[in-house]
Design a protein. Structure first.
Length: 639
């Protein structure tokens, strides 16, 4: 440890060498209480606090070299000197090794108040009044100093008349002299259990995932209080804004200004671009940073500008991007727009919705009829994307999109971002009982020990890979499927399978449509035993996200769906794939040619809204592609 004493310019000087020469171990101020570099307050120390290594006791001496010798003159060291009653004096050792003249001044009390006189202390009790314990990490004028028995509070020292005015600081209490440390000059040290300065919590460690992050900031979905901080999960939707919540409007539905996880959403109510408020964790407009709060002193100011001496960055999006979604579950024939019994339609029906969203940001039915449109009325259509008790059940969720390597993100079939495998059959892959054997003498399925070449052998020779789990037995022979290509999107998109609003009697098997099965066999979705998996049909989805338009960049967004898919950019229709039909493709290019059509201006952020409806068994395919947009809060660190 180091004995730190301020020099005349407010910096801290070390007296280690002097302490070592005297055979003593110097004590330091706790890291939390060290003066900041710009601190104007000078701690006036008449003596240095030392531990006699040979006696294991703390003593207040006239100096580390001995009370009667006075303090040793070390250039830059400032010590107390005698002054008239009620005044304190200070003199500084100059470069020549001599002390300058004593300067006397009348002291002022700081926020800590006046400490009481120290009494003689014998563990575990004290016979004196002791010094005061300050509420802040600071104290006022201290009691007289004296010998302290180890494992006791420095705030309860015994009286020694010749050693008045000695400042001591501990974690449990402070006995300090007039004009000593000011709380505003303390330095935050993450992990010490004291919340200070830019910290929003400090739980005594630097571990992530416990509510208080490794940089001592509140973590998503947590609240913390106390010192050291005790953290617990928040409850989004309870109407109480707590902890890391940016808002709480009493529900967990997104797209109403407060997201499903109680974070402030961008305001995209107009058509001139979305706006956001400083502190919502999303960088927009003139903001240089946004760390999820509106406090200064943590690197990102209350106006979301990077503060001097700091650097702020956004963590990269990575391989996946989570976008908010609302899924609404419907029952068959309620309304009659769902499960209408229309099959065989392979093209979309354009013109079902207006070219602009309404004031609520929802699509509006035009009243068009005929073909595979099958919408009963404007009122039934309005229920598709609005929460309607008794008609639908809404669930807020997040849809995972995966990096497609082209600056955009797309949904996929696999839980880990695996693309859908388009396959072809290998009808004969050997007979059961004639397999090759592994090193343990066990048969290897879909192989043969005979000299003849099987269909599986031909596929492997062509460089193709067998679809995992596809090797099965039929009539005593092996058959399998091999991967021909891979596709984005999901031919088995069933996000409401777990919603009990739909009765079990309406659950139905699903088939993979020809778009994802070029052979057109409409294979069933089955479990490993070959049994049909039953799914929940008749539902809608609403996805909204944001993107920043930059002149000179081109954004190619692809969409596939059965049934209805509508895409709106800045509230204007961009992709129109309406009606009940098998999977149909659509796309839109956002560039300098189309920017005016959607009212886009360089540097502004706009909303993309994707509306989907699954209205007819037995297929449910969806592919949506969105531009990359980073919503991660800034992480600021001092330079």
């Amino acid at each position: 440890m180091r004995a730190l004493v301020p020099v005349s310019d407010g910096a801290l000087a070390s007296d280690e060498q002097d302490a070592a020469a005297a055979g003593r171990l110097s004590l330091s101020l706790p890291p939390r209480l060290r003066l900041s570099p710009n601190g104007a307050t000078m701690v006036r120390m008449r003596t240095r606090l030392c531990i006699l290594a040979s006696f294991l006791s703390v003593a207040f001496l006239g100096g580390c070299g001995g009370g009667s010798d006075g303090p040793k003159c070390i250039p830059g060291l400032t010590v107390e000197c005698p002054c008239p009653t009620s005044q304190h004096g200070a003199q500084t050792c100059n470069a020549s090794g001599t002390f300058a003249a004593c300067v006397c001044a009348t002291p002022t009390l700081d926020a800590g108040g006046l400490g009481g006189a120290g009494g003689t202390m014998v563990p575990p009790t004290s016979s004196g009044t002791g010094g005061q314990v300050a509420a802040l990490p600071d104290a006022g004028a201290g009691g007289t100093g004296g010998v302290i028995v180890p494992v006791t509070s420095l705030a309860d020292a015994s009286t020694t008349a010749s050693e008045t005015g000695v400042q001591t600081i501990t974690d449990s209490g402070v006995s300090a002299e007039v004009g000593a440390l000011d709380a505003s000059q303390a330095v935050a040290v993450c992990g010490d259990g004291i919340t200070l300065g830019p910290e929003t919590c400090d739980d005594g460690n630097t571990v992530n995932g416990d509510g208080c992050s490794s940089t001592c900031h509140l973590e998503f979905r947590y609240k913390c209080s106390g010192s050291p901080s005790k953290c617990s999960p928040t409850v989004c939707g309870d109407g109480k804004k707590e902890g890391a919540e940016g808002c709480d409007d009493g529900n967990t539905m997104p797209f109403d200004g407060c997201s499903e996880d109680c974070q402030i959403e961008p305001n995209c109510s107009g058509t001139s671009g979305c706006t956001s408020q400083c502190g919502d964790g999303i960088i927009m407009g003139s903001e240089q940073c946004d760390d999820g709060n509106a406090a200064s002193g943590d690197g990102c100011s209350s106006t979301c500008q990077i503060e001097p001496g700091w650097t702020c960055t956004q963590p990269p999006i990575g391989n996946e991007m989570m976008v908010p979604a609302v899924y609404r579950d419907f029952k068959f024939q309620n309304p009659t727009d769902f499960e209408a019994g229309i099959t065989g339609q392979t093209t979309a029906s354009a013109g079902i919705v207006n070219p602009d969203l309404d004031a609520d940001g929802k699509p509006v039915f035009t009243g068009l009829t005929g073909g595979a449109i099958h919408v009963a009325s404007q009122s039934t259509f309005a229920e598709w994307y609005r929460n309607t008790p008794g008609i639908n059940h809404a669930t807020a969720s997040k849809l995972t999109l995966w990096n497609n390597g082209q600056g955009a993100y797309v949904n996929r079939n696999g839980a880990n971002g695996d693309q859908w495998a388009v396959t072809e059959p290998a009808y004969f892959c050997g007979d059961v009982g004639m397999e090759l054997m592994d090193s343990n003498g066990s048969p290897i399925p879909c192989t043969t020990g005979l000299s003849n070449t099987t269909d599986c052998d031909k596929e492997v020779a062509a460089g193709k890979v067998m679809l995992p789990g596809s090797c099965t037995i039929a009539n005593g022979s092996y058959t399998a499927r091999f991967i021909v290509s891979k596709m984005d999107g999901n031919p088995l998109f069933f996000p409401v399978d777990g919603d009990s609003f739909t009765p079990a009697s309406e659950l139905h098997f699903a088939q993979v449509p020809p778009y994802y099965d070029p052979q057109g066999t409409w294979p069933h979705d089955v479990d490993p035993s070959g049994k049909d998996i039953l799914h929940n049909f008749s539902f809608t989805s609403e996805v909204r996200y944001w993107f920043e338009y930059e002149t000179g960049k081109s954004y190619q967004l692809n969409f596939v769906g059965n049934d209805d898919v509508w895409v709106f950019i800045n509230k204007k229709l961009a992709v129109d794939l309406g009606g009940i039909h098998t999977p149909v493709e659509g796309s839109v290019t956002i560039d300098g040619t189309t920017a005016s059509k959607f009212g886009l201006a360089n540097g502004n952020v706009y909303e993309i809204a994707v509306f989907y409806a699954q209205r007819q068994t037995t297929g449910a395919a969806l592919e949506l592609t969105l531009p990359a947009f980073n919503t991660a809060p800034s992480v600021c660190t001092p330079l």
